[in-house]
Ligand binder design. Structure first.
Ligand code: FO1
Length: 318
């Protein structure tokens, strides 16, 4: 059984970690959002990519979910004292990643090649692909005007009211090498519990899953490829990040049902938390099979259990 997981930041990384403990590197490919990439201090930063890779490598900071465990902050504090921007926290170990990635990009290497090399160095055996090697930039349209994603997310703490999103460069960006092939040969696609607006939609803009070529592969049971999403909204709230706030500001009541509706026509399966079980019938009404289970990943065991539940739901015996 071949699975492709689409992931954004911390929530996505946690489920991917669970999946990677069950599926072999031949069975699992992860495609990661790069719409939140940006340049800071002249360095190329890939927050979601790094969050997924550090999590898979067991190097992620367990408190924040992003950045490195046992981190120190000497470089950024010294740069800040000299007048540099201090709103985006780059740790000393993390800076090593950005320095070397930037050096290689300037040498002409691609983001996917660099990611492959870094994953090997970190002992990550599963394939992790950026959605594209070309730049795609998530722009948040707000009451305060258009904001680059990290400006909105970190610098402005998601405070400006959201009116919409644009993914600059998505029309011309090509899927990263191997992404199309992985999707074509996949039996199932899992959309991780990441922010639908700013983590998953950029990936879908670059790699539309409903493209006939991608969906044509036969599932293991001859039923066609299944696409299953896990709700990042539990009991009307997001575990982490601004997804619920975004739904609200866009005039949609945040709920697992709203997430299912967002993916309507794309997903054949939908996973919602036990606290939202009363929404199950209405999600089924959107023509989706449903699984109600515990989706809150507080511990490492929770990650693996949710991964197991989702895999069983899509027909993998684990
Ligand atoms: N998120 C924050 O809220 N504050 C930060 O200072 C911050 C620094 C940071 C550094 C490296 C990295 O890979 C991620 C970092 N993040 C930070 C998280 C990141 O900006 C967001 O989680 C994602 O872009 C959204 O998925």
């Amino acid at each position: 059984m071949k699975i492709v997981a689409l992931a954004g930041g911390v929530g996505g990384a946690k489920l991917v970690h669970g999946l990677a403990q069950i599926l072999s590197p031949e069975e699992l490919t992860v495609i990661v959002n790069t719409g939140d990439d940006f340049e800071h201090y002249g360095l190329y930063i890939c927050p979601d990519m790094d969050t997924v890779c550090y999590t898979l490598a067991g190097l992620a900071n367990p408190e924040t979910g992003w950045g490195r465990v046992n981190e120190t902050w000497n470089v950024i504090q010294n740069a800040f004292r000299l007048g540099g921007p201090g709103w985006f926290n780059l740790g000393d170990q993390d800076l090593g990643t950005h320095l070397e990635r930037t050096r290689r990009l300037r040498e002409g290497q691609t983001l996917s090649q660099i990611t492959k090399d870094f994953c090997r160095a970190w002992g990550v055996e599963h394939t992790v692909l950026p959605m594209s090697d070309q730049p795609v930039r998530t722009i948040v349209e707000t009451d305060d005007g258009e904001l680059a994603f990290q400006e909105y997310f970190v610098h402005r703490r998601c405070e400006p009211r959201v009116k919409g999103f644009r993914f600059e460069g998505a029309e011309i960006a090509e899927p990263a090498p191997g992404a199309r092939e992985a999707l074509q040969s996949a039996d199932a696609v899992i959309i991780c519990p990441s922010n639908p607006w700013v983590s998953i939609d950029p990936i879908l803009k670059v790699i539309p899953l409903d493209h006939p070529l991608l969906l044509s592969g036969e599932g293991r049971k001859g039923e066609g490829k299944s696409v299953t999403a896990i709700s990042p909204i539990i009991g009307g709230q997001t575990v982490k990040g601004p997804a619920a706030k975004m739904f609200n500001e866009l005039g949609i009541e945040p709920s697992a049902l709203a997430v299912a509706n967002h993916y309507r026509g794309l997903t054949s399966g939908f996973v919602l938390d036990r606290v939202d079980s009363q929404l199950e019938e209405r999600v089924r009404g959107l023509n989706m099979r449903t699984l109600v289970t515990n989706t809150l990943m507080k511990s490492h065991d929770d990650r693996k259990q949710l991964a197991r539940d989702v895999l069983n739901f899509i027909g993998v015996d684990v």
